[in-house]
Design a protein around this ligand. Structure first.
Ligand code: SAM
Ligand code: DTB
Ligand code: SF4
Length: 323
């Protein structure tokens, strides 16, 4: 396998991916950075701002998620945000320098009456000159097309972990359900944002298994969020031992090698990460971050802190690709 292989042409086997994971750290980062430089400006990152447009009360049982109504102490369920609140947040995100605005809802899947107001949000956010992204759960036939028609650029739907570990984390929907939604998204002509979470107690082989699933999607996802588990009190995974930071950096590097043309996002978990570890993630090929003080329900570094970090590293924000 080499970096000249077009995205999607090579089917990655878990054993090959484990070989990458097992490389000496410097060799792995050197390879990842080399591939990164063939496809991207190495000193640029894409900035996406998240907003939870419908928080809490979710029927699913995802073990990592503070929004599941099935966990004790989950976050309080709130009604959907009004359009004006969403537009205010989008305007602020744009003014702070974000180029993409991602709207998230704590749903198993949107009902048609829930989708209508979201379509309006997408139209209006797009009209501001921001790229649009939504993450609303599983989509039924036709829903992805409606989102596309409203001006949605990206749909985020994560595989979260490897098929082998998946059953330990979620019981209310199957891996195949997720793959089916990704197919609907792809068929509607939307860009696919699909990644996962590490640090949930999975093995290195299972991390390789997640990356194999992502890299073998054909075409590969345009955007790949790699989240470090945020261990939220009250969730079943709250007491999971922390994943070693350098293992997280390795995961980013392997994702970069497997998906050379995708934006790899250093996603949740940055608040608990030192600047040095984040810098290693950029060296490993991460070229996107969530930008703004909040993820969905948990914290993210402050804008001024991120600006200072990017300045220190000589990294510029990517300009908008939106038409
Ligand atoms: N409900 C929709 C769904 O599950 O597809 C959309 C929102 S859901 C919160 C989006 C993603 O956030 C999940 O797939 C998961 O990858 C990520 N996520 C949720 N809680 C997290 C946590 N505690 N740490 C890291 N990532 C998390
Ligand atoms: C993704 O991969 N990570 C984001 C976004 N897609 C929707 C969400 C992270 C959520 C972290 C926990 C929280 O803030 O609730
Ligand atoms: Fe619900 Fe999404 Fe959280 Fe799962 S990850 S509990 S589907 S909001």
């Amino acid at each position: 396998m080499n970096d000249m292989t077009p995205a999607g042409a090579h089917k990655w086997r878990i054993a090959e991916i484990e070989t990458l994971f097992n490389l000496p750290f410097n060799d792995l980062l050197y390879q990842a950075q080399g591939i990164h430089r063939q496809h991207f400006d190495p000193n640029t990152v894409q900035l996406s701002t998240l907003l939870s447009i419908k928080t809490g009360g979710c029927s699913e049982d995802c073990g990592y998620c503070p929004q599941s109504a099935q966990h004790e102490d989950s976050v309080e369920a709130e009604p959907m945000l009004p359009l004006t609140a969403v537009l205010d947040a989008a305007r602020a995100a744009k003014a702070a320098g974000a180029t993409r605005f991602c709207m998230g809802a704590a749903w198993r899947s949107p009902k048609q009456r829930d989708l209508e107001p979201v379509l309006e949000m997408v139209r209006e956010v797009k009209a501001m000159g921001l790229e649009t992204c939504a993450t609303l759960g599983m989509l039924k036939s036709g829903q992805a097309d409606q989102l596309k028609d409203a001006g949605l650029d990206y749909y985020n739907h994560n595989l979260d972990t490897s098929p082998e570990f998946y059953g330990e984390i979620i019981s209310t929907r199957t891996y195949q359900d997720r793959l089916d939604t990704l197919e609907q998204v792809r068929d509607a002509g939307l860009n696919v944002c699909c990644g996962g979470i590490v640090g949930m107690g999975e093995s290195r082989t299972q991390r390789a298994g997640l990356l194999a699933q992502l890299a073998n999607l054909d075409p590969q996802p345009e955007s790949v969020p790699i989240n470090m588990l945020v261990r939220v009190e009250g969730t079943p995974l709250a007491d999971t031992p922390a994943l070693d930071a350098l293992e997280f950096v390795r995961t980013i590097a392997v994702a970069r090698i497997l998906m050379p043309a995708s934006h790899v996002r250093l996603s949740a978990g940055r608040q608990e990460m030192s600047e040095a570890v984040q810098a290693l993630c950029f060296l490993a090929g991460a070229n996107s971050i969530f930008y703004g003080e909040k993820l969905l329900t948990t914290g993210n570094p402050e804008v001024a802190r991120d600006r200072a970090l990017l300045d220190k590293l000589g990294i510029r924000a990517e300009s908008s690709l939106a038409a």
